[in-house]
Ligand binder design. Structure first.
Ligand SMILES: [Zn+2]
Ligand SMILES: [Zn+2]
Length: 300
């Protein structure tokens, strides 16, 4: 399979020069990274490890894509054995230098593939598993369909198919973490804007409650800060609401697909997690479910 370019809804790169170095430093973990074992990234694993070492980020999770629909880009793109060997070999090289590399995965979830996902995870051993809903092939969130989809629908109806799948992902019990909770805003933008969605926060509530009840962690994914939506997935208010609903587990990741996106504005994700009242990140290292303390706040 050939490498994909940026998907068409990927924003042009943000102008990073305006605000200094946008890649964060001195954080305990970047939990969401894509290497050249994902169809939409060309980054060798050692590049991320080198960034981590240089930036004082002692732990990273490689979470390459696994898709279950043959029409999706990561369907059988690489084998489990290749991914595991690559990540474990790198972990052995970089561990002694001070960077711990975890073997994770980002599974694309949809109810139709629940059994395939369940079977995959039952037979494989990952350190850490993210379940994410993306714009599946028959979904209304494919770029060419979005305008027509939003035209004559209420906001509730517009987001319902996406949130139904997020809820199902949480209830599946398969995942340590639910990835980029409200990434649907990226697919809908600009026909529905993040501002439009912010007017009806109650739409997210059933899915948020499902995550709380499942015990899965809510990911705060900083990649939205380099997209046109210009906010994290999910937005800060949603992280706060998650805690109010009883959510106890959150984690932060940059979802980098390029070397210069490693830890991109990850400090903002950490900051909003702290501001929402959390004191630690919830993460898994194989058999060990761990809490990682948030760094002490720094002067701006
Ligand atoms: Zn994703
Ligand atoms: Zn990702």
């Amino acid at each position: 399979m050939t490498k994909l370019g940026e998907r068409e809804w990927e924003a042009p790169d943000v102008d990073a020069s305006a605000s200094g170095d946008p890649q964060s430093r001195d954080l305990p973990l970047d939990s969401h990274l894509h290497t050249d074992q994902s169809p939409d990234s060309a980054v060798p694993i050692d590049a991320y490890a080198a960034e981590a070492l240089a930036r004082g980020i002692p732990e990273i999770a490689i979470t390459d894509h696994v898709d279950f629909d043959p029409r999706d880009p990561a369907y059988r793109y690489t084998s489990y054995a290749d991914r595991e060997r690559t990540v474990r070999d790198a972990a052995a090289r970089w561990g002694p230098r001070g960077v711990t590399i975890r073997f994770g995965v980002e599974l694309t979830y949809h109810q139709d593939w629940d059994e395939a996902a369940r079977d995959h995870l039952a037979r494989r051993r990952y350190d850490y598993v993210i379940g994410s809903v993306h714009e599946w092939p028959d979904s209304p969130y494919i770029r060419s369909r979005v305008r027509g989809w939003v035209e004559s629908r209420t906001l509730a109806d517009v987001v319902a198919p996406y949130l139904e799948q997020v809820t199902a992902a949480a209830r599946s019990g398969l995942f340590d973490t639910i990835g980029h909770f409200d990434v649907v805003k990226r697919y809908l933008n600009p026909f529905v804007t993040p501002g439009d969605l912010a007017t009806q926060p109650e739409l997210y509530e059933p899915a948020l409650r499902a995550i709380v009840e499942s015990g899965a962690a809510l990911e705060v994914n900083s990649s939205g800060l380099r997209h046109l939506v210009a906010e994290t997935y999910p937005a800060p208010a949603t992280v706060t609401r998650f805690r109010e609903l009883g959510g106890e587990r959150v984690v932060a990741g940059s979802d980098a697909h390029r070397r210069d996106w490693f830890a991109f504005r990850l400090d903002q994700a950490y900051r909003l997690i702290a501001e929402a009242g959390f004191e630690s990140l919830a993460f898994r290292r194989g058999e060990d479910h761990v809490r990682i303390a948030l760094p002490a706040p720094r002067a701006a």
